[in-house]
Design a protein around this ligand. Structure first.
Ligand SMILES: Cc1cc2nc3c(=O)[nH]c(=O)nc-3n(C[C@H](O)[C@H](O)[C@H](O)COP(=O)(O)O)c2cc1C
Length: 375
């Protein structure tokens, strides 16, 4: 079966075509160190025969922490601590890829997070201003958090790119089999791509070439540190809304996303992970159909790069038929593997039952804790 075949590019060979897409399990310590239960989850997934595991988002700068109990990768102590994750996954025979992020105004700051500048009860009156070091493209308030970020300056761009470059080099040194730059889901780099958040009039705003400039600079800094063959993924929204390919409320349009993917390729990524507004897709297409396949087909017409498509895969037969079409080479799954970490092993043994994930959303609400319906 195609889905059980290896896939190799650069120095990476996945065990099969089904990759656990980045999933923040919220199981790190408050200061971002991986816990034993987190390593155990990764070991279980690897024992469940996933093709590779992409970690939950890890922050490369302390101020880029996207959520409470996310993985830190911003200093030597945290870099060294990640060895437990690499060992757990390699010990069970799978490759592991580190996802890197800068949260920005979408960061879910805990009530006692020192990055808040004003006391909790005064935040509304103060316009929700966090500590001044939370960067954004422009001072546009985030609907979800109320955070108004500080627009980035020239020296900030360099600092961000070099922190991602440093983190990629450290990931390679620690034995991670690849790195993914999170350019999706409304975090900082996704906001730069989005005209809704990016109101800049300099060379980082306006055209899609300008809006993708920062992500491309980060990719170049990472590529320069890890060499030509090391796998660099970028996770990208196919557009900023599920329902409207023009980009709901001024977000990234599908046409601009396709352009951005090509710019990221030119900058040095070796695989694009196609994602999008899966929160809105959830429940609407619960038929085992991948949400963003049409976009992937469009992207395939423009590039020969390996593509990983994430979101909505639930049925092994549908996965098999899509992989056979060879539009996408890798399939990314998150929620089904929270519920059934042994799903791939089950399919490999010939038991082809559909995933039992009902997209109830509880895993999201509670920050990645094990599925309450898990057997
Ligand atoms: C609890 C939870 C945590 C997630 N954390 C991340 C993350 O850290 N980085 C990321 O890129 N996507 C994250 N996602 C999104 C998934 O990788 C994936 O894109 C989305 O869930 C759609 O795939 P699915 O239909 O297979 O669940 C998360 C999803 C869930 C449910």
């Amino acid at each position: 079966m195609k889905m059980l075949e290896q896939f190799a590019f650069g120095t990476l060979a996945t065990r099969n075509r089904i990759v656990r897409s980045a999933t923040a399990e919220s199981l790190c310590t408050l200061d971002g160190q991986p816990s034993a239960p987190l390593a155990e989850i990764y070991r279980t997934l690897a024992e469940g025969e996933v093709g590779a595991i992409i970690t939950g988002y890890a922050y490369a700068l302390a101020d880029g922490k996207p959520a409470d109990r996310a993985l830190g990768f911003h200093d030597d102590v945290h870099v060294r601590a990640s060895a437990s994750l690499v060992e757990a996954v390699h010990g069970a025979g799978a490759p592991i890829i580190l996802q890197l992020v800068y949260g920005g105004s979408k960061s879910k700051l805990a009530k006692d997070d020192p990055r808040w500048l004003v006391p909790e009860d005064a935040r509304e009156a103060e316009d929700g201003k966090p500590n001044a070091t939370i960067w954004g493209p422009s001072a546009v308030a985030n609907d979800a958090t109320g955070i108004v970020p500080t627009p980035m300056q020239a020296t900030d761009f360099e600092a961000l790119a070099s922190s991602f470059g440093r983190a990629a080099a450290s990931a390679k040194a620690m034995g991670f089999d690849g790195v993914e730059l999170h350019c999706a889901h409304g975090y900082l780099l996704s906001q730069f791509l989005s005209p809704r958040f990016n109101k800049r009039t300099d060379e980082y705003g306006g055209s899609i070439t300008n809006r993708a400039r920062l992500a491309c600079e980060c990719v170049r800094a990472m590529r320069q540190k890890v060499g030509d063959e090391y796998p660099l993924f970028a996770k990208l929204n196919s557009c900023d809304s599920f329902a409207d390919p023009e980009g709901l409320e001024g977000g990234l349009s599908q046409a601009d996303s396709l352009e951005a993917a090509l710019l990221l390729e030119e900058a040095g990524v070796s695989c694009i992970e196609v994602s999008g507004d899966w929160h809105h897709a959830t429940g609407k297409m619960n038929q085992g159909q991948p949400y963003f396949y049409d976009y992937a087909c469009e992207l395939r017409r423009r590039t020969a790069l390996p593509l990983m498509l994430t979101g909505g895969w639930r049925d092994a037969r549908i996965i098999e038929s899509h992989l056979s079409a060879d539009v996408v080479q890798l399939v990314g799954m998150s929620r089904p593997l929270i519920r059934e970490p042994y799903l791939v092993a089950q399919w490999a043994s010939g038991k082809m039952d559909e995933s039992q994930c009902e997209e109830c959303g509880i895993c999201q609400k509670h920050g990645g804790i094990p599925c309450p319906y898990r057997q």
